[in-house]
Design a protein around this ligand. Structure first.
Ligand SMILES: [Zn+2]
Length: 92
């Protein structure tokens, strides 16, 4: 999963499809992955926040890995899932 997220951003659903495992399991793996990446000083876990497809509200303050169910602004349930990516830090 680490390799999959290096160089591209993927949602939990895309990860599940690529790894042929349930989304629920992907979320468990992601939780562990965040901790693993934190131990690597040369890598950084990036969470690209969910966005409401109806009004454009961005869930920027949200740190949970799972998608929100409803927009607090317009109550729409049409929300793009958060995506994840692992960045290589360019250390001197
Ligand atoms: Zn909205």
């Amino acid at each position: 999963m680490l390799e999959l997220l290096e160089g591209r951003e993927l949602s939990a659903r895309s990860l599940a499809e690529r790894l042929s495992i349930p989304v629920r399991e992907v979320e468990d793996h992601l939780t562990h992955l965040v901790k693993t990446v934190r131990r690597h000083s040369d890598k950084q876990f990036l969470l690209i926040p969910s966005q409401c497809q109806n009004c454009g509200f961005v869930f920027g303050q949200r740190t949970r890995l799972t998608p929100p169910s409803r927009c607090p602004q317009c109550r729409s349930e049409f929300i793009s899932p958060p995506r994840y990516r692992i960045l290589e830090k360019n250390l001197p």
